[in-house]
Design a protein. Sequence first.
Length: 135
Amino acid sequence: MRKALLLLLPFVLTGCLQHIGETLRSGEIPGLSGDSGRWAGPVVPTEANCGSQTTGLMSLSGKKFSFDPFGSITVIQGTVEQYRLEGTASRQVAGQSNITIRFTATVQHPADGPSVIAGTLASGRCAWTVALRRQ
C-alpha cells in the first residue's frame, strides 16, 4: 500500500504544478487568501457633466487596497474590514482647496455568480458607481 502511494505522488504533484503554471502563464494572479488579487470593472458617472465611463483597476491584499478609478494618477489607498472597503485620495489643485475623492464599497459573494466589489466614488458634486470583478 505504501509503495503504491509513493508511486502516485509524482502524478499528484505534477498535476498541481501544471495547474499553477497554467494560471501564472495566463496572467491571472491567484488570490493569496480570500478576496486578495486584481479586480477591474466599470466606473460610471451618475451625472453627464462628471466625465465619461472608465475602467477601474484595484489591487487588494489582505486588509489593504489600491484603486485607480480613472486610469490616471488618482490612486485611492484604503482598508478592508469585514467585506467593507473604504479609502480616500486628496490632492491640491492650483488656486483651490484640496480635492478629495472618497470610495466606499462592499465585497459581495452571490450564490449564483462571481464575486463583485460594488460601491460608489464621490467628490464634490460628482459621483460614480463601481462594479469590479476579480481578474
